[in-house]
Design a binder for this molecule. Structure first.
Ligand code: PSU
Ligand code: MN
Length: 305
């Protein structure tokens, strides 16, 4: 039975029973998305920001084959220290990792699935996976997009990173019926930059409006999630003419090295950080804080009685 391998922390379980706002958080960003020790520091600060904004944090990951909802400090430290030694867990990895009693850092897709099992509706991260550049030959499309199509959990992110093909990512989401909401903007933010050449479906200016829309979508029994795109604060963004050539260089190196599949995104993130001398990491951390705050505010509205 599911409860044999789903482990919800006491705090999160109590919050869910009482109908308090809970925000899910992923662990791939900890193990594969950022280096140690910044990854652990960020995860702990994220925990604090969620609380400061009136919600309960639920960091999700797989440990020893258990699906953990509400990882404690030691578990977060363990994930962060072991970094890429911890497997990257997407939808297709979940059952095998449980059977083999493995550790897995959950991507957006696996985090959404586990959040849904636990009854959590709102999830915050940095960037979501998408259609990779060159996907017309590589077929590299993140499982996150299909997950958004079929699992009714909201992702609050800073838009799609320019390591992806933003246009194709939006087309895919349109085909799959996933609404793309811009918080305070009609322009799709692109992670390190607050703008791009693309538009979102709807601009919404308050957490309440976003929460209400998602409630209506869920009430209608529609099966999909929602992608809320929150632009990086201007003071932390990387100028497009600085970051975009670096991203292009990283993508070229990735192709040259023949890196494929689940290694692609972690390689690109690490390489961009290296080339920018850590500047990109600073932006990455700041945009995560910004997203987590918004997600907590949306969760508070969603669970308002
Ligand atoms: N984008 C980021 N940082 C990340 C990720 C994406 O800016 O850490 C992680 C998320 O966990 C996301 C995953 O779900 O990468 C997508 O990986 P892939 O492209 O292999 O589906
Ligand atoms: Mn991929």
């Amino acid at each position: 039975m599911m409860k044999d391998y789903l482990k919800i922390s006491d705090e999160v379980a109590a919050a869910l029973v009482e109908g308090k706002p809970v925000v899910a958080l992923e662990s791939t960003i900890i193990s594969h998305g950022m280096p140690y020790p910044q990854n652990v520091q960020t995860a702990l600060e994220v925990d604090r920001i969620v609380r400061e904004n009136g919600a309960v944090p639920a960091t999700i990951g797989i440990l020893g084959g258990m699906l953990i909802v509400g990882m404690n400090k030691d578990e977060i430290e363990y994930m962060g220290k072991n970094g890429t030694k911890v497997g990257k867990a997407s939808r297709r990895d979940m059952a095998a990792m449980v059977e083999k009693k493995l550790d897995g850092a959950t991507t957006c897709s696996a985090t959404m699935i586990i959040a849904e099992m636990a009854g959590i509706k709102i999830f915050a991260t940095g960037g979501v996976g998408g259609v990779h550049r060159g996907a017309e030959t590589s077929m590299d499309i993140s499982a996150d997009l299909q997950e958004l199509a079929q699992t009714p959990v909201m992702i609050v992110c800073a838009g799609a990173k320019a390591i992806l093909d933003l246009g194709l990512t939006l087309e895919y989401l349109e085909t799959k019926g996933v609404p793309v909401i811009g918080y305070g903007t009609e322009i799709l933010p692109a992670f390190y930059t607050s703008t791009s050449n693309f538009k979102v479906d709807y601009r919404m200016d308050t957490p309440e409006e976003i929460a209400n829309t998602f409630k209506i979508q869920n009430d209608m029994g529609l099966p999909m999630g929602m992608l809320v795109c929150n632009p990086i604060p201007k003071e932390y963004e990387q100028p497009a003419d600085f970051i975009n050539p670096i991203i292009e260089q990283a993508v070229r190196e990735c192709q040259k090295k023949g890196i494929k599949g689940k290694e692609t995104t972690p390689f690109l993130l690490a390489r961009i950080k290296e080339i920018t001398g850590g500047d990109s990491l600073e932006s990455n951390i700041k945009l995560v804080y910004n997203n987590v705050k918004l997600a907590a505010q949306i969760a508070c509205e969603y669970y308002k009685k």
